[in-house]
Design a protein around this ligand. Structure first.
Ligand code: CTP
Length: 409
């Protein structure tokens, strides 16, 4: 049997990037031989094994044929006769279809090195269409390597468009889609992920609520970029520039969905878009079974981002309600994430990327003010149960009044 390093490990080494996982392909072996060498099988009929010591993935060289729609619709053909070239031709991109033997000799039948040099994300063969998840993968690679100047090859984009129009993206499981979306959002240029999905028509299938934002104008005074979709991409770009966590990036992507529902007659105003967007945010959260922290933050940012921007004008009672809605006493981190999402929203506007955002420190100070209200003196005064809750609320409101007054001096 011959064993080769394949896929991302070869690509990233040639790009001079750190290699984290290594995938291997095994040519000329049977499943029985792998088991005899102590490899552990992954699943029952998948020709992939884990190395007994390193735990790395070793796949038998295989050809794949489609037998139906969806991820279940695959038949695998793995046999010792399948050649390395036959295995590589069914892979997604030429830059992912190179193999290296243990002497470092490269096998590159589909010109992956040339595409690395030309900064092109190009499919290897029509077999690309066998897995619709690749539409998301390619958009994710575009987001990852945009800084190096990579672009999707026009004929690959065309294939992605055909796949998006075929309806097959709808068969992807929420788990597989979310894995790609969440990884893409954590790349250096997550806005490129959304842009590429839009360019090939996948955005209107996967995230029609985000797609609907493009072409929707906002008032130029607050939004020199005008377009709500362009704004959303810029907010996401800011979140990545500021190294924000996934929950913040997810909230940034979804914060303005309500603007897609505004009747044209009301443009460029979007009255109550915060509230109108909530059902869309919920719908998107559920579609991808996003993790709880992402779901919650997206809903809270959707509902309250305008409060964030108007923080300095808010009455102490409104500020108190805001802090209460975030359960800032038990969940200070979530409130901090809200503040940064608001800041990204304020900066994700044409020409305003470097603007000051004094609201952030003001909100942080307000959270500290209410959190320093001590319970002990109230207990000593004999408050308990619901009365204690009311007394705490009163004290916190008092603290916010003092805070606001001090701040406006
Ligand atoms: N692959 C593919 N089609 C897919 C998934 C994977 O062709 N839908 C192939 C590619 O050759 C890829 C390899 O399997 O390089 C390994 O896949 P994976 O580990 O998911 O990706 P990497 O390319 O290693 O990329 P990453 O750095 O994102 O892990």
């Amino acid at each position: 049997m011959q064993i080769y390093k394949v896929g991302g490990a070869v690509r990233d080494r040639l790009l001079g990037k750190p290699v984290t996982d290594i995938d291997w392909v095994v040519v000329g072996a049977t499943a029985e031989e792998m088991l005899a060498k102590g490899f552990r099988p992954v699943g029952s009929d998948f020709p992939v094994f884990l190395h007994p010591k390193s735990g790395e993935e070793y796949a038998l060289a295989r050809t794949e044929r489609k037998s139906g729609r969806g991820y279940g619709g695959f038949t695998f053909h793995a046999s010792p006769e399948v050649t390395l070239e036959e295995d590589l031709i069914r892979r997604d991109l030429t830059i992912n279809a190179m193999a290296e033997d243990d002497h470092g000799v490269l096998t590159d039948p589909y010109h992956g090195q040339q595409d690395l040099e030309n900064r092109l994300l190009r499919h290897v063969s029509p077999a690309f269409a066998e897995d619709p998840l690749r539409v998301l993968r390619i958009a994710r690679f575009a987001a990852r390597y945009a800084g190096l100047g990579f672009q999707v090859a026009p004929d690959t984009l065309e294939l992605m468009r055909q796949l998006s129009e075929s309806g097959e993206l709808e068969d992807l499981t929420p788990e597989r889609s979310w894995k790609e979306i969440s990884r893409a959002l954590m790349e250096d240029h997550p806005q490129v992920f959304i842009q590429v999905l839009r360019d090939c028509g996948a955005l209107k299938v996967l995230l029609p609520e985000v797609d609907a934002l493009f072409g929707v104008p906002q008032p130029a005074a607050h939004h020199p970029e005008i377009d709500s979709g362009v704004h959303t991409l810029s907010v996401l770009e800011q979140a990545a520039l500021h190294k924000q966590p996934l929950s913040v990036r997810w909230a940034c992507l979804l914060h303005d969905l309500g603007k897609g529902l505004t009747p044209q007659s009301e443009w460029p105003q979007h009255i109550a878009h915060e509230h109108k967007g909530l059902k869309l945010i919920k719908q998107v959260n559920e579609r991808f079974k996003a993790p709880r922290d992402c779901q919650e933050l997206a809903l809270l940012v959707g509902q309250y981002h305008t409060h964030g921007h108007r923080a300095l004008e808010l009455k102490p009672s409104t500020l108190a309600e805001l802090l209460q809605s975030f359960d800032v006493y038990r969940r200070p981190q979530r409130f901090e994430e809200f503040i940064t999402a608001c800041e990204m929203d304020a900066r994700g506007r044409l020409g305003l990327e470097e603007r000051a955002y004094p609201q952030a420190d003001y909100l942080r100070g307000a959270a500290i003010a209410v959190r320093t209200v001590a319970v002990q003196p109230l207990l000593e005064q004999g408050f308990k149960g619901p009365e204690l809750g009311e007394a705490l609320k009163r004290e916190r409101l008092k603290a916010l009044k003092v805070y606001k007054e001090q701040h406006s001096q």
